[in-house]
Design a protein around this ligand. Sequence first.
Ligand code: SF4
Ligand code: MG
Length: 289
Amino acid sequence: MPTEREITGLIPQWCPGCGHYGFLSALKKAIVELDLDPANVFLVSGIGCSGRISHYIKVTTFHTLHGRPVPPAVAAKIVNPELNVIAVSGDGDAFAIGISHFIHAARRNADITYVILNNMIYGLTTGQYSPTSLRGQVTKTSPQGNREYPIDGVKIALAAGATFVARGFSGNIQQLVDLTKKAIQHKGFSYLEVLSPCVTFNRIATYQWFREHTIDVNTIEKYDPTDMILVLKTLADLPRDKIPIGLIYIDTTKKPFHEEILKDPSKPISLLDLDPSRYNYEELLKGYV
Ligand code: SF4
Ligand code: MG
């Protein structure tokens, strides 16, 4: 097996035991098992410990600004629909500064896989409370306990119109590989949240805590991820201290965004001959004056 350094020229700087290793491993397995051409996998990451992932995998990557991996991901898919596009955020990146991008990409059914590595803390900046930190949680910025209620990204994804909604856990790689493969294969907006412990700065949401507080919805009798009413009822009926994981919702009936807006999706912009010398700009400009 080649080492990380031999593959990418870099050694991951994540702390030993960080949950993000689990998703990185699941993503690599998913890409291999789906037999995807790494050059055709476009991975965009934002800022935070999660954002480092674009340096640790040998696919086509782009490490962008805080909260902004979704817009370039959506644009890349429109320009070249042949790409398998994956955007990766942390919980701060996705649910604080970047939340509007997430909601609008979901309602447009942009054909990207949006992965949120949720460790319920700001890890890179050494332990401030994030939008998913627990109420009452003591952090560097909430020494007397967090006074805010956490965001539930799954419920936002469902309300925004995401056509694939799943949640996995870095401590269960086998399930994560399966969910990642399904998310990549889905034609439309795939929301994949990964519960990914920050072993250094979040002493509450540990591997053990997630094991005790998660429930795989697919183990619930007669659960059907294609039935929105049943999905919402199941989520509403769960005990307050349980976090649903697994394939939560899927709808394969909506067209992806690029097919809605491209005149001819079989002739993507990336394949057009855009040689400027072929166009008479003086003539084009006349149309605007
Ligand atoms: Fe992972 Fe937390 Fe270390 Fe960042 S600070 S690498 S999230 S364990
Ligand atoms: Mg975080």
